[in-house]
Design a protein around this ligand. Structure first.
Ligand SMILES: NC(=O)c1ccc[n+]([C@@H]2O[C@H](COP(=O)([O-])OP(=O)(O)OC[C@H]3O[C@@H](n4cnc5c(N)ncnc54)[C@H](O)[C@@H]3O)[C@@H](O)[C@H]2O)c1
Length: 336
């Protein structure tokens, strides 16, 4: 049995996480779920959005399956997701994006994996007003050579392990000659150690256009924090939105698997939320612990369900009349 910290999260979190957990259990996966709390619910219950007990369990198990967490805008506490990335140095934000048959979208042949540097760049948290009158604001982008190197290595190693053919480095080295320039240089140096993988690079603005015009040309993408944040949502949009997009935050010690989407307060408690994105986060977790066979079974069952279009939530088929629990039950039935 592999022990995994299970954080239900806020809003739609508890219902989609419960659905995903039932489906993963139905596949026969040997996981012992260890419940822990974080987010707005934890803050309201204990005064701390990231209780020490949750951190302790994460240090012990090194694995988490996490629901979306609500972050109050403007006031309140700091983002728990950012706190977790910092605490455990989760430097890889890994987002696979591929087309699903049966989902209305512009393209049918997309299969790309984005490696976003998750700890620094423009999100380093170094911000200030440069004058007393607060008329000048500064945010400092920081790129550390070893940090650029480790995310590049992760992308190329992934490409080799998964028989991918190309890594595209995304940057803005023409303008940001120091930060983006160093990132590009380091990624190219790492790429040179993997002659079997083609290396390509694109300036981020051109990349955005190319992803919309000819997304099928991209395979593995590696980029800095801000560009990765924006491009990975763009990529989700290309295949039909957030309902099918999982993500993982991975460091050398700890890995946390989740959906890309948030806690969706507008549909919380209505049995409307699609559990697929978080379930695909769960299959990434299974692959991470070496259970590729069960991950594949779940992904195949989900792909069949989506192609058939009957037992899917309304975001995928507005006429289905199916909710989170019915979609869960249909998948559990196919896996047991
Ligand atoms: N990883 C995370 O924990 C994470 C990620 C993003 C946002 N958030 C937080 O979530 C809260 C809400 O953020 P938001 O409204 O900007 O984004 P959101 O992703 O929660 O919702 C955006 C839109 O997508 C819909 N949606 C999202 N997930 C869905 C699902 N599974 N099925 C069907 N529809 C779905 C919502 O109903 C909404 O209309 C905020 O507090 C934000 O900070 C958390």
């Amino acid at each position: 049995m592999t022990r995994v910290v299970y954080i239900p999260g806020d809003g739609i979190g508890p219902s989609i996480m419960q659905a995903a957990r039932s489906i993963i259990d139905a596949s026969g996966a040997e996981i012992e779920w260890v419940e822990a709390s974080a987010g707005l619910g934890a803050f309201e219950a204990t005064g701390n959005p990231l209780p020490e007990q949750t951190l302790e369990l994460l240090r012990e198990t090194r694995l988490a399956f996490k629901g979306p967490l609500t972050t109050p805008v403007g006031t309140g506490f700091r983002s728990v997701n950012v706190a977790l990335r910092t605490e455990f140095d989760l430097y890889i934000n890994l987002r696979p994006v591929h087309s699903f048959e049966g989902v209305r979208s512009r393209y049918s042949d997309i299969d790309m994996v984005i490696f976003r540097e998750n700890t620094e760049g423009l999100y380093s948290g170094v911000e200030r007003y440069a004058d007393a009158e607060k008329t000048i604001a500064e945010s400092v982008a920081i790129i550390r050579r070893p940090h650029a190197e480790r995310i590049a290595r992760a992308a190329y190693e992934y490409a080799v392990r998964h028989n991918r053919r190309k890594v595209t480095i995304v940057h803005k080295a023409n303008i940001l000659k120091f930060t983006s320039g160093m990132f590009l240089e380091v990624c190219r140096e790492v790429g040179a150690r993997y002659p079997q993988i083609e290396t390509d690079d694109k300036i981020v603005d051109n990349m955005a256009m190319q992803m919309v015009m000819r997304p099928e040309q991209f395979d593995v993408i590696v980029t800095t924090n801000l560009f990765g944040d924006i491009l990975s949502d763009l990529a989700c949009g290309l295949v039909g939105g957030l309902g099918l997009a999982p993500g993982a935050n991975i460091g050398d010690q700890v890995a946390i698997f989740e959906a890309v989407h948030g806690s969706a307060p507008d549909i919380a408690g209505k049995n409307l939320a699609n559990p697929a994105a978080v379930l695909l986060g769960g299959t990434m977790l299974l692959r991470h612990i070496g259970d590729d066979a069960r991950a594949q079974r779940i992904e195949d069952a989900l792909a069949d369900l989506i192609r058939e279009g009957k037992y899917v939530t309304r975001d995928l088929n507005p006429d289905s009349g199916v909710g989170t629990t019915e979609m869960r039950d249909a998948l559990v039935a196919r896996l047991t």
